[in-house]
Design a protein around this ligand. Structure first.
Ligand code: URA
Length: 265
């Protein structure tokens, strides 16, 4: 993998407090795949909960969710009342990425980022990672040539804000995870970056025994798989904001993910 970085990427890394010791770039720099035309981004789940409430009887089970196309999935999340989180939310937060090529289809992306759950800002705007942690995430992604709305899909395990930003409860995760799993199936990303404990548990619970008991520090640094898709684990950006020295490890994780994708061709 080339680690040549241009000025812009170095600036991003500086902003992340990451010092890069490789020699200055001499060759052309890694840039994102050209995007034919910048399209309207997908900001699904933007409806106010009060505008689109399903009745409990209309709630799809996980078998129903597993059959949905992208548009049906977005609508199901927007109207979801499967757990008590719907009572407090302002907006559902489906995820964000480039626009799809055709109705019903998922956007085409190689990269997917999975976080935990919306916070206050995300609940208000209907888009994941728009607060301070989101700024850091955007900078981290830019450092490897990824841009929100353009060439990465960003989603959470949980689509509604847990009140007071508490941790999601196991029952809430169980109700919501089928949406994430269907998103992954439809997006078919080539690499997933799992950020933080809840993303890791949701993605690796079937492949890593007792994953919830293993420290993230032990799980990162290797490539895991979710239904055949490579998964690289890293720290949650909100954690990184409080633990600056671990940003260097997060940079190593991003490099591992980029290398893994490069190997997959
Ligand atoms: N933290 C997350 O995990 N996701 C968000 O969307 C915002 C903060």
């Amino acid at each position: 993998m080339s680690l040549d970085l241009d000025e812009r990427q170095r600036a991003m890394l500086a902003e992340m407090d990451i010092r890069v010791w490789w020699p200055r770039a001499s060759a052309p720099v890694v840039t994102p795949e050209p995007i034919a035309a910048k399209q309207e981004p997908v900001r699904a789940g933007g409806q106010k909960a009060s505008e689109n409430r399903a009745t409990p009887a209309s709630q799809p089970g996980s078998a129903g969710i597993a059959q949905m196309d992208w548009d049906a999935l977005q609508a199901a999340v927007a109207g979801c009342r499967a757990c008590a989180l719907c009572e407090h939310r302002q907006r559902t937060v489906f995820g964000v990425g480039p626009a799809a090529a055709a109705p019903g289809q998922a956007p085409q992306v190689d990269w997917m980022v999975v976080g935990e759950a919306p916070g206050e800002n995300e609940d208000r705007q209907g888009e994941p990672f728009v607060g301070q942690a989101g700024k850091l995430l955007d900078n981290m992604l830019r450092a490897i040539g990824l841009e929100r709305h353009v060439n990465v899909f960003i989603a959470n395990v949980i689509k509604c804000r847990p009140p007071g930003n508490r941790n999601p409860e196991p029952g809430e995760v169980a109700q919501c995870a089928p949406y994430l799993h269907r998103q992954i199936e439809l997006l078919a990303p080539k690499i997933i970056l799992a950020m933080g404990r809840f993303a890791v548990n949701a993605l690796l619970q079937d492949s890593v025994p007792e994953v919830h008991k293993l420290p993230l520090g032990k799980l990162r640094g290797q490539v895991h798989h979710y239904r055949g898709v490579p998964v690289v684990i890293t720290y949650h950006p909100a954690y990184l904001l409080r633990n600056l020295p671990d940003k260097a490890k997060a940079w190593a994780d991003l490099c591992l993910a980029r290398e893994t994708l490069g190997r997959a061709g």
